[in-house]
Every structure is written in C-alpha cells, then in structure tokens.
Ligand binder design. Sequence first.
Ligand SMILES: *[C@@H]1O[C@H](CO)[C@@H](O)[C@H](O)[C@H]1NC(C)=O
Ligand SMILES: *[C@@H]1O[C@H](CO)[C@@H](O)[C@H](O)[C@H]1NC(C)=O
Ligand SMILES: *[C@@H]1O[C@H](CO)[C@@H](O)[C@H](O)[C@H]1NC(C)=O
Ligand SMILES: *[C@@H]1O[C@H](CO)[C@@H](O)[C@H](O)[C@H]1NC(C)=O
Ligand SMILES: *[C@@H]1O[C@H](CO)[C@@H](O)[C@H](O)[C@H]1NC(C)=O
Ligand SMILES: *[C@@H]1O[C@H](CO)[C@@H](O)[C@H](O)[C@H]1NC(C)=O
Ligand SMILES: *[C@@H]1O[C@H](CO)[C@@H](O)[C@H](O)[C@H]1NC(C)=O
Length: 500
Amino acid sequence: MNLYSFFSTLLILHFAVLIPTLICVEGRNVGLKEFISRDDDKTSQGTRWAVLLAGSNGYENYRHQADICHAYQVLKKGGLKDENIIVFMYDDIVFSEYNPRPGVIINNPRGEDVYYGVPKDYIGKDVNVGNFLNVLLGNKSALTGNGSGKVVSSGPNDTIFIFYADHGAAGLLGMPSTSGSLYANELHDALRKKHKAGTYKNMVIYIEACEAGSMFEGLLKPGMNIYVTTASNADESSWGYYCPEEVPLPPSEYTTCLGDLYSIAWLENSEKYNMKTESLHKQYEVVRRRTIEENTNPGSHVTQYGDIKQLRNRSMYTYIGTNPENDDYKFPIKNNSVQMLSHSINQSDTDLIHFHLQYQKAPEGSDNKTKAWQIYQNAVQQRKYVDACMYLIGKFLFGTAAKASNMMKAVRPAGQPLVDDWICYKAMVATYEKYCGPFSRYGFKHMRSLANMLVLNRRRWLTLQTMLVLQFARALFSTDYMRSPKFHIRCFVTHSFYEN
Ligand SMILES: *[C@@H]1O[C@H](CO)[C@@H](O)[C@H](O)[C@H]1NC(C)=O
Ligand SMILES: *[C@@H]1O[C@H](CO)[C@@H](O)[C@H](O)[C@H]1NC(C)=O
Ligand SMILES: *[C@@H]1O[C@H](CO)[C@@H](O)[C@H](O)[C@H]1NC(C)=O
Ligand SMILES: *[C@@H]1O[C@H](CO)[C@@H](O)[C@H](O)[C@H]1NC(C)=O
Ligand SMILES: *[C@@H]1O[C@H](CO)[C@@H](O)[C@H](O)[C@H]1NC(C)=O
Ligand SMILES: *[C@@H]1O[C@H](CO)[C@@H](O)[C@H](O)[C@H]1NC(C)=O
Ligand SMILES: *[C@@H]1O[C@H](CO)[C@@H](O)[C@H](O)[C@H]1NC(C)=O
C-alpha cells in the first residue's frame, strides 16, 4: 500500500483547531454564603505537606512547570515550609534556548517571576513514577541517590496537598521524557497504602490534565479522607491558558502558553483571597465556573471525587495555608459584569502552536527557519502516523471505520473504572508502543481505544488479532519490521495477558 495515498485519503489534521475554540469569561463574582466547618481550625492541625509535580518537559509544555512553580509560591506565602513542600519538575524550561527571559518563569501575562526560590527536589530523570510514589509513601530508603531525598514523612494529624499538571490520557498521567506514565491503579495502590499506614488526616488532590477524571472514576473508594478535583471529567480535553495570539496575550516574545485554565483558576483565586474563609467547595465552585460556565463554548467540567460531602466544608487554609496579606480580602458581592474575555487552547494543540510560531519568527532563509520547519513537520507527521495506526487497528478489529470509531470512543457509565484489568491495559499500551512507536502527548487521545478493546472484547482471540494488526501497522510504516517478524508473536505469547 502506498503510504502517501493512504494518508491523504485517510487523515484529517485539525489545522483549524489551531484557532482557539474556547472563549472564557473570567469572573470572581461568587455570591455564595461562606460556610466553613468548625472541625478545622482546632489545635489538632498537624503539619501541612504538599507534593507538586509537573509531568512534562520541553519548552512547548512551558505551562505545566509554570503552574507548579506558581503553586509553590502560593503555598510558601501561605506559610508552608520548604521542608514540607516537595517539588518535581524537569527544570529544562528556565534556561531553554527559547525562553526570552532566561532564569525567569512566568505564569501570567503580567509576568512576575514564579521560579525564584523553588526547591529542586526532583529534576530531570528523577521526575518519574517510582520516585513520586515513594515520596508520597514516605519511603526514604527507596530514594537514596535520587534528588533531594525529601519525602512526605507525615503523621496521623497531618494534611497532604497534591497538585499535578501535565497531559493525561484515559487512566494515566504523563511523566517527562520517556519515563513511564502514572497509571490510575498505581496511584490508587499508593493511596490505599498511605491510608492503611494512617499517616495523614485528610488529603486534597488537584489534577490538571486531559481526561483527568478517568484517574478516579469508579476507583477512589469512600472513607479514605481524600478530596479530589480534576480539570476535566473522564472523557474530555483540558485547556492551555494565556496562549500566544490569544486574549489575554502573553508578552509577544513568548511562543508558548504560560498556564493552564484550571490551574490558573485555583492559583489566582488562592493567591488573592483569605483561605481561612474559603471552603474546598467554594474554591471548586470558583474554579468550575471559570473553567466552564463563564465560557461561551464547551470548556471542561471540573469534577470532584472522593469524600466530597465529608470534606467540602473544610477550609482551604487547612491544606494550603493563607497569605496574611489577604486577611481582609473577602469575596466581592455578586457582580455579573464581564471582567475579561479570554481564549484558551486545547492541551493537545499547544505544542503545534509553539512549533509553528518558532517557524514564523525565524528570519527568512536562515538555518533556524529550516530547523523550525522540520520540527513542526515532524510533529505533524507524528500525529498523522499515530492516527493512521489507530485507524487501521480499529478498522481491522471492528470491520468498518464507522463501527470502529463508535467502539473505540465508547465511555463506560459514570462510576465504572476505565478498565477492570489494569495490568493488561498497561501491557497493551506497552505493546502498541513497542511495535508502533511512542504515542506522544498527542497520541494520548487514542488510549481510550486500547482500553475499550479490553473492555468490549475480553476474549483471547481478539487480543491476538490486535497483536497481528499491530504488526501489520508496523509493517506498513517501518522497513525494520521485516527483519524479525517472529519476535513479536513470541513476545505476545510470553506476556500471556489472559490466563482464563
Ligand atoms: C494528634 O492530635 C490529637 C488530638 O489533638 C493528639 O491527642 C495526638 O497526640 C496527636 N498525634 C500526634 C502524633 O501528633
Ligand atoms: C537561532 O536560534 C537560536 C535560539 O533558538 C538563537 O540563539 C540564534 O540567535 C538564532 N540565530 C539566528 C540567525 O536567528
Ligand atoms: C521502600 O522501598 C523499598 C525499595 O523499593 C522496598 O523494598 C520497601 O519495602 C519499601 N518500604 C516500605 C515501608 O514501603
Ligand atoms: C534512585 O532510586 C532507584 C530506585 O530506588 C535506585 O534503583 C537508583 O539506584 C537510585 N539512583 C541513584 C543515582 O542512586
Ligand atoms: C456545608 O456548606 C454548605 C454551603 O456551602 C451548607 O449548605 C451545608 O449545610 C454545610 N454542611 C455541613 C455538613 O456543614
Ligand atoms: C462590577 O465589576 C465591574 C468590573 O470589574 C466594576 O467596574 C463594577 O464597579 C462592579 N460593580 C460592583 C457593584 O461591584
Ligand atoms: C483537542 O484536540 C485534539 C487534537 O486536535 C482533538 O482530537 C480533540 O477532539 C480536541 N478536543 C476538544 C475538546 O476540542
């Protein structure tokens, strides 16, 4: 089959999506009567711990590290101590060749530096799943030789606040570079261990990622004293914010988004108001509105999980402290006037914007222009390739393209986890990547399809067929493949996903 005719008939790349499709209205006009549970402000307040993690690297993902640095500043001003804030960030942004302000990271168009003073606990390769889980579990010995070795050595009266920002996919969150993703079952195993160890009182988890709800849907059991909000439900994109050529504009020399919509919403709320008078629920409402309701188009659905009823009236102060300068800053009375119209960008498309702007900005005829064009084209080709692989697999398995599309996009009813067999799901993703190459952050959107192949078709023969299709796809796109066709079958058989 001719590769190019295959592509040209098959693929539509959403250049149009480069144009932002979301209009948001920023507002702080929450008129709800505040209600803070008495249970909080007692002397039993233990230590406030926090784990902040940016799951990406690359200048095109600037915003995730910017969100994390900003969160550090908020917690620090809130009174948390450095010894209790553990930061994971790849740390490749601030001195990137593309950063117009070396040594400085900003998270909004006004441009205050948020990089200053951020502890470099775990950077570069040390930002990975194993280290994150060991830090959370307080397993110091497992971290020997990794980063600062700082862990959450919390006690039974302590609170833990976790904030994660990156791309996500069905049932997983990204980690930088090629280190493996964090799968939902791994996170929940760790949370169960932590709960069993009795080493926290309450925990709050904030997640900025596409399909972030799929990390918790049907998975977080009640009674764990954990309250979660996610930027998106189990099945939708989350959004970049303060993006180039959008409103509000980042400074013109920036070719990348400065933040993410949900993250900016909670951070800008937390740094402005008195957290002693704000409940978890109040912040959820403010963030939810800014992320969807005050938009004129879909946005994403900020979603709560865990012990919502038990914890929603607790004060934000219990988890993130409060900046004493904000003590008198109460919420304004209801004010429906539109303060600012703004646009955000689908997280999947933010990288293309950066690559294309670099191309546009480079001087005509320069080496930089050629290089920038290649980078851009590689990203576009990679997208086409992933789309084509998945299309092919789906069509082969389900017959027609339409049928494949329905099956592969299916979402289980609320309250049910993405898949039941996480080991198998992870093995399937690994197998895909082995034969067809990495999914990439763009390809994350196809992972639900693999999950659905497991859920909808549990019989062994179908998995076998999947493997054959994967090989077929590989054969189409790679000449290397032909060298060792038998290897793939062997690998599959030894994996033996389905024992019964
Ligand atoms: C936790 O708080 C309770 C009640 O305030 C107190 O009795 C207990 O000693 C505290 N435990 C620790 C480990 O601090
Ligand atoms: C090429 O880009 C690099 C950084 O991206 C920059 O330092 C250099 O000045 C550029 N060269 C030209 C000729 O624009
Ligand atoms: C800590 O990690 C090490 C190495 O991974 C492991 O052997 C040990 O069981 C862990 N300890 C606890 C308390 O989880
Ligand atoms: C980091 O931790 C891992 C897992 O506990 C360990 O295998 C590795 O040797 C450590 N890295 C260094 C540089 O010591
Ligand atoms: C929690 O706060 C809401 C208002 O946000 C209030 O209606 C409700 O009664 C409170 N519930 C508890 C258990 O305090
Ligand atoms: C409502 O907000 C607008 C824009 O920020 C402001 O000009 C106006 O004074 C506010 N009205 C009230 C009643 O606070
Ligand atoms: C986000 O962008 C990706 C890639 O262009 C697309 O597949 C997806 O449907 C978009 N999501 C939304 C909500 O627009």
